[in-house]
Write a protein that binds this ligand. Structure first.
Ligand code: TYD
Ligand code: MG
Length: 454
């Protein structure tokens, strides 16, 4: 048999190459290629068309077998999961270090344990004393969570096999786990993948709801890059700015439910508090309208969330290259909007620095926020506040049209319920609502005229 070729796997993006290089050819990260266990090469002469077991087929409409969910009792967590934990499923929980993953999972674990279920929490990052101290701070010391500090997957699975099967198993984190059947240090792609595979198999065979905590790399991928995302049933991301109080739990993938509901939490001195009604959280609560600030009616699943967008424009005297800095919104999208405002509306940002911030640590990805961002930019440039108590909604095309968006009418109605008086958006009547004073804009240039002449 031919000697298997060496393979090198990029630890940042998971791409495979057959020779070592200083820089990954796919993601351009430096020093991320490490040698991986060689893939077993099967000879093509094997005939696979006989000798296997028969595979059973079932009809799509076979009744029953709907997953029965186990509610954790942490309502915002259950909501983001699509209704609770599914036995025999694997959840990957990603998020920046220090955002509160361990805190959230300890709280969820304690809730499930208090319901009388067996719960195991394995920490590979902290000593049991540290986790216990946190539990005391969170007022959870009385919950009968079985706590262990371990990193060996063989040890963990052996122990689990000799005790009452837990309902809920937390592994914090998958990057610290180590399997002695696989070469490489903990955290390398092959270790992360191999350990996750063993743990997920255990969970599926025993009907355990498993949560794997995963750290996020610089570019926002859950490390053990992407390889874990297709192995698990649910991928959750815990987001927020560490300097802000609010945290959002979002499902990026869910084999058992929709991915549009979010869970909202506030980090307090004694852990994460659930925020049941997040609609007004991301507003600054200022009485006086200010130049450069607009409000966007976002929709998170079934709940409306009003978000304040702030823009600051600083004119430069010298010929230095102006900065564009964005927090909570897409850089490329800002560049596009600035280009549209310049070429379709005759505004000039070329000698000005542009800063854009989404208030409260909220992250916007909905293109329906284009108009609200444009409104904040134009208002900042003109140094004129937008109409008091107004919301802005619409996607902006390269041609400068304000395009209709999903759930426009609902968002306007919700904004009206929360005390907003004026709505601006696409001309399409579906986006309007009789509950507030609505103006259809058609073209972005209409927005500019309005703000400049106010
Ligand atoms: P942690 O859950 O350890 O984050 P992760 O597991 O995602 O790395 O939370 C870390 C931060 O949360 C820590 O810096 C302090 C803050 N925190 C509070 O503000 N209040 C609390 O009750 C707890 C437990 C943590
Ligand atoms: Mg942690």
């Amino acid at each position: 048999m031919a000697k298997p070729k060496k393979r090198y796997v990029c630890q940042a993006c998971g791409s495979v190459s057959h020779r070592w290089q200083g820089q990954c050819a796919d993601c351009a990260e430096w020093n991320t290629l490490t040698e991986d266990a060689p893939a077993t090469v099967f000879s093509m002469k094997h005939d696979l068309s006989s000798g296997g077991r028969a595979v059973e087929f079932v009809d799509l409409n076979k009744p029953g077998e709907m997953p029965i969910r186990q509610k954790t009792g942490l309502a915002e967590f259950d909501r983001a999961l699509g209704g609770g934990l599914v036995p025999g499923s694997a959840i990957l929980m990603g998020g920046d270090p220090g955002i509160g993953k361990s805190t959230l999972l300890l709280q969820a674990a304690a809730r499930v344990a208090r319901e009388g279920h067996s719960v195991v929490y394995v920490s590979g990052e902290e000593a049991t004393g540290q986790v216990r101290m946190r539990a005391a701070r969170l007022g959870l010391s009385d919950a009968s969570v079985k706590l262990a500090a371990a990193t060996g997957v063989r040890d963990i699975l052996t122990t689990l096999g000799s005790m009452e099967t837990p309902k809920f198993l937390v592994i914090d984190s998958i990057q610290t786990m180590h399997s002695d059947t696989i070469e490489g240090a903990p955290g390398t792609v092959s270790q992360v993948r191999g350990c996750a595979f063993e743990l997920i198999r255990y969970a599926k065979e025993n009907g355990v709801a498993l949560v794997l905590v995963g750290h996020v790399t610089k570019d926002g991928n859950i490390a053990g890059p992407r390889v874990l995302e297709h192995m698990v049933d649910v991928v959750m991301s815990f987001e927020g700015e560490r300097s802000h109080q609010y945290r959002i739990l979002r499902a990026l993938k869910n084999r058992f439910g929709a991915v549009d509901e979010i869970g909202v939490f506030a980090m307090a001195g004694d852990g994460l508090e659930e925020v049941e009604n997040p609609s007004m959280l991301f507003l600054s609560g200022r009485d006086q309208p200010m130049a450069g600030s607009s409000v966007f009616p976002a929709m998170e699943g079934t709940r409306p969330v009003l978000v304040e967008i702030q823009a600051l424009i600083v004119r430069l005297q010298s010929g230095a290259t102006p900065r564009r800095a964005v927090v909570g919104w897409d850089n490329g999208r800002l560049a596009m909007l600035l280009a549209v405002l310049e070429s379709r509306c005759g505004l000039s940002f070329s000698s000005a620095e542009v800063y854009l911030n989404v208030a409260g640590g909220y992250r916007l990805s909905d293109p329906a926020a284009d108009l609200a961002v444009a409104a904040a930019l134009v208002s900042a440039l003109a140094d004129k506040p937008l109409p008091d108590r107004s919301v802005w909604l619409g996607e902006v095309s390269l041609a400068g049209e304000v395009r209709p968006v999903a759930h426009g009418g609902v968002r306007m109605r919700e904004a009206a319920k929360l005390g907003f008086k004026r709505g601006f958006g696409p001309s399409d009547p579906k986006n309007a609502s009789p509950d507030l004073d609505y103006s259809g804009l058609g073209q972005l240039a209409n927005l500019v005229d309005r703000v400049m002449s106010s």
